[in-house]
Design a binder for this molecule. Structure first.
Ligand SMILES: CC(C)(COP(=O)(O)OP(=O)(O)OC[C@H]1O[C@@H](n2cnc3c(N)ncnc32)[C@H](O)[C@@H]1OP(=O)(O)O)[C@@H](O)C(=O)NCCC(=O)NCCS
Length: 154
């Protein structure tokens, strides 16, 4: 596993987040959407920095006992080195500390790397959302992690 520093992200980090977004997604978050989310008091955005450079990030929020993973991505040049897992475990620990009992996320059905990562952390598919995504059109898996029923993420 590569050595990465996990840091809380703020508005100053948005240009780097947006740079990774554009490399990873056909419909990346806009700078405006990133600003709106990152500045919410209920938001938790973390980054993995290697030698000061942003290698990946995860965005989430937590409110009233429920949390959601909004966005997670690792720079294509930095994948398969444990960074995605490190980001997710850091986010899940913070969401749990915030009082969340359940964490939700949506993922493209064909996204094997992400689905595999989420399953390994204890997430289960609880819904299939027909044609949820565009560009290209595709179903989503709605996935859910219930902290109290899952010792792996404690
Ligand atoms: C999903 C993603 C964040 C994983 O990041 P990563 O740093 O490469 O992941 P890690 O090295 O921490 O691997 C963690 C686990 O993810 C899964 N995984 C990662 N890449 C995989 C691949 N190419 N094929 C299958 N499983 C994979 C494995 O379960 C892996 O565990 P293992 O190493 O014990 O086999 C990364 O592939 C990515 O940024 N994808 C594009 C953006 C995206 O799809 N985000 C999710 C949106 S819902």
């Amino acid at each position: 596993m590569i050595s990465a520093e996990i840091v809380r992200l703020g508005t100053a980090d948005i240009p780097e987040i947006h740079g990774i977004e554009k490399q990873c997604f056909t419909c990346p978050w806009s700078v405006r959407s990133l600003e709106a989310s990152i500045t919410l008091p209920v938001s938790y955005w973390f980054g993995a920095r290697i030698g000061g450079r942003l290698a990946g990030f995860v965005g989430s929020f937590s409110a009233a006992g429920e949390a959601e993973i909004l966005d997670v991505a690792v720079d294509p040049a930095c994948r398969r080195q444990g960074i995605g897992r490190l980001l997710m475990t850091s986010a899940l620990a913070s969401l749990r500390d915030s009082g969340a009992e359940t964490v939700f996320l949506d993922v493209r059905r064909s996204n094997d790397p992400a689905v595999s990562l989420y399953r390994s952390l204890g997430f289960e598919v609880f819904a299939v959302r027909s044609m949820y995504y565009s560009d290209p059109p595709e179903d989503a898996y709605g996935m859910r992690l219930i902290f109290n029923n899952n010792t792996d993420s404690e």
